[in-house]
Structures are given as structure tokens and as C-alpha cells.
Design a protein around this ligand. Structure first.
Ligand code: GAF
Length: 363
């Protein structure tokens, strides 16, 4: 039997830059998914503490993609891909239990997939290593589930380090831990889960990705990461399409903000992160156009209550907002978000504090 835990994540900064071969700066959360894998007789059974019933797959289902509920594809996907790769996957019972809220932009899916992949790696003696675990986790989401995501979430979940953010170069998939200790600067990372229903999030995500790829092609570069911040105006002048111009401006300036954020954290100037977070939000709202009224309201409320900076985190169209808040303003900031939501007629948000925790580990 093997049992692994893998965390959800918050992205501090660097949104929709991962699939543009760019830079991201996420951190692993204390919350996550624990997966237990044990040998079984004849069949493959998947059980979730958060779902009713069991999903049972017979040998034909291992290659034939039986009709299974959506959540179970995040688990069975790893088995299907290993089977396709020629790995002899023996019958197993897989139990998953997660405390990452679904649809909040905190990567419940990466926590689930990465904990399953790590537990399978140990149980089956696959010895995938760090790069192999990342590659298989990404394939589960991209190929088995069919979500065209960019790999940041799995990297953060697998490689996060307590007390650190993870600076990732999404072109070569290298990562470096960068100290992130807001408490030492008298600050708290506050999270407001807007619980806004994701509106068309999947289709809009795919559309942004396609737009970025079109822009890169029009500019004659492999990916938008190859447009230097200093060349942004030239690049924009070479594009006719107003929408693509906005996408390029977001991605190029966001990559530059990630690099600056890494510099300020390495220099121990956590408070200087604030303006970068707020600028990132403005870019997501005005240029990439992936925010919704709930997240904009939460950001304004946090800033109005004294946050040094605030932004939506994750893929967008709902989900969570993060704020860098002085420790003595934490209660007031939470109250401000709840009040603003009540005044706007939105549902009640959930507000909590977050720290940077370790990535996937045996549980
Ligand atoms: C989602 C995706 F899964 C990530 O790959 C990333 O693109 C993110 O949205 C936006 O930065 O979490």
C-alpha cells in the first residue's frame, strides 16, 4: 500500500503565462489531497471521500475508457495513460480524500492528480523521478481529462517548498524556491474565495490560449515569452487585431512582473510585492479580460481596507482573490470583503489566511 499527499496551490503572480513558455510564481498550500493505493483482486476501484459510491473498472475499461464520472477521470487518467504506455497495471483500489475546494481556482485538480500519480509511482515501482512525475501529471490533465492547461499547477503541487514560493520557467520546466515569509514583514497573505460560479471558464481559457498562439505566430516567435518587455510597443504595432494586442500586452507585462516579484522577494522586500499584485490584477481585468465583478469587488475591498496589493489568482472567471494585508488589518480586510459582497448582492465569500507549504510527500 502507498499513501501520498499533494497540495493545492495559490499563484502569487504570473497568470496565463505558463502556456506561453513564460514565468510563474506559485506556492503550495497546506490543503490538499491524500491518495491511498492498494493492491486489489481483478478490478480497479476508485473511491472519493467527497463523492458517493465507487467507480469500478474492469480490464476492458482500462484500455477502453469506460463511461466514468468526470471526477474519476482525474484518477483513472493516470491508469489509462500508463496502460497505453505499455505498463502492466495490476488491479488496484484507489482512495482519494481532498480538502481543496473545487472550482475555487486553488487547483483541486492538480492536488488530486499529483497525489494519485505519486502514490502510483511508489506502489508500482515506476521510479518516474521529478520530471517523469510532472510529465505524467500534466498528461493526465491535458490528454486524459482534456483540459488545455499549462503545467504550473502540477509543478507547484509537486515541487513546492514550505516558506517559499516556486519560481518556474515554463519553457524548460526548471524551478527555484524563493523565500516567501510575509509574517516576517508584519504581513499576511489573505485569501477571499468569492465562490462566484465559473462562467464559461473552460471555453474562455481555451480561447485565451488560442489567441496567444495566434499572436505568437503573427509575430514570428515560438511563444509570447519571446517578446521582450522592451520590444512590446513594436510588437503591438505589428498586430492589427485589438483583442490579440491586449493578450500580448498582458502576457509580456505579466512575465516582467514575475521577474520583478522574484527580485523583490529575494531582496527581502515583501511589501514591494503589493503594487505588482495590483498591477497584475488590472492587466487581467482590462487586457486579458478574465475577471468577473465578484473578484474585482474583492480586490477593491481589500485595497480599500489597507492591503498593499491584491489580485485574482488562478485561471479566472471566478475563484479566489489574494491580498497582502498588514497583520493588524486582517480582520478589517475580511469584514470589508464580506460587506462589499453583501452590498453588491453577491453570495457570502469565504476568507482565510494562507502560508506556503511543502509539495507532494508521503502521507
Ligand atoms: C489554470 C491552469 F491550469 C494553469 O495551467 C494556468 O494557466 C492558470 O490557470 C492561469 O495562470 O490554473
Amino acid at each position: 500500500m502507498s499513501r501520498w499527499f499533494a497540495p493545492g496551490r495559490i499563484n502569487l503572480i504570473g497568470e496565463h503565462t505558463d502556456y506561453n513558455d513564460g514565468f510563474v510564481l506559485p506556492l503550495a498550500l497546506p490543503m490538499g489531497c491524500a491518495t491511498t493505493v492498494a493492491a486489489a483482486d481483478a478490478r480497479w476501484t476508485v473511491v472519493s471521500a467527497q463523492e458517493d459510491g465507487e467507480v469500478v473498472v474492469t480490464p476492458s475499461g482500462l484500455s477502453g475508457r469506460d463511461d466514468v464520472p468526470d471526477w474519476a477521470t482525474y484518477v483513472l487518467g493516470a491508469l489509462w495513460l500508463l496502460h497505453d504506455d505499455g505498463v502492466d497495471v495490476p488491479p488496484l483500489r484507489i482512495e482519494v480524500d481532498s480538502d481543496v475546494p473545487v472550482g475555487a481556482g486553488l487547483s483541486s485538480s492538480a492536488a488530486l492528480v499529483c497525489s494519485v500519480v505519486c502514490a502510483l509511482d511508489e506502489q508500482l515501482g515506476l521510479d518516474l523521478g521529478s520530471d517523469g512525475l510532472l510529465a505524467l501529471s500534466r498528461r493526465v490533465e491535458n490528454d486524459a481529462v482534456g483540459a488545455p492547461t499549462g503545467g504550473m499547477d502540477q509543478l507547484a503541487s509537486l515541487r513546492g517548498e514550505a516558506g517559499h514560493a516556486l519560481f518556474c520557467d515554463m519553457r524548460d520546466l526548471t524551478s527555484q524556491s524563493v523565500p516567501f515569509d510575509p509574517a516576517a514583514a508584519g504581513l499576511t497573505l489573505l485569501v477571499a474565495d468569492t465562490r462566484a460560479p465559473h462562467r464559461h471558464a473552460d471555453g474562455e481559457y481555451a480561447a485565451r490560449r488560442r489567441g496567444c498562439e495566434q499572436a505568437a505566430e503573427a509575430l514570428g516567435v515560438a511563444a509570447l515569452r519571446d517578446v521582450a518587455d522592451a520590444d512590446l510597443d513594436d510588437a503591438l504595432a505589428r498586430l492589427d487585431d485589438e483583442e490579440l494586442q491586449r493578450y500580448v500586452r498582458h502576457v509580456v507585462t505579466e512575465d516582467a512582473r514575475v521577474l520583478e516579484a522574484v527580485d523583490v522577494l529575494r531582496a527581502g522586500r515583501v511589501d514591494d510585492l503589493g503594487p505588482l499584485l495590483t498591477a497584475s490584477h488590472a492587466s487581467m481585468r482590462d487586457d486579458f479580460q478574465i475577471t468577473v465583478p465578484e473578484v474585482d469587488t474583492a480586490v477593491e475591498a481589500l485595497l480599500g481596507a489597507g492591503a498593499l496589493g491584491a489580485r485574482m489568482t488562478g485561471g479566472g472567471f471566478g475563484g479566489c482573490v489574494i491580498g497582502l494585508v498588514p497583520q493588524d488589518s486582517v480582520d478589517a480586510a475580511g469584514d470589508a470583503v464580506r460587506r462589499a459582497f453583501a452590498e453588491s448582492g453577491f453570495g457570502e465569500p469565504t476568507v482565510f489566511t494562507a502560508t506556503a507549504a511543502a509539495g507532494a510527500r508521503p502521507a
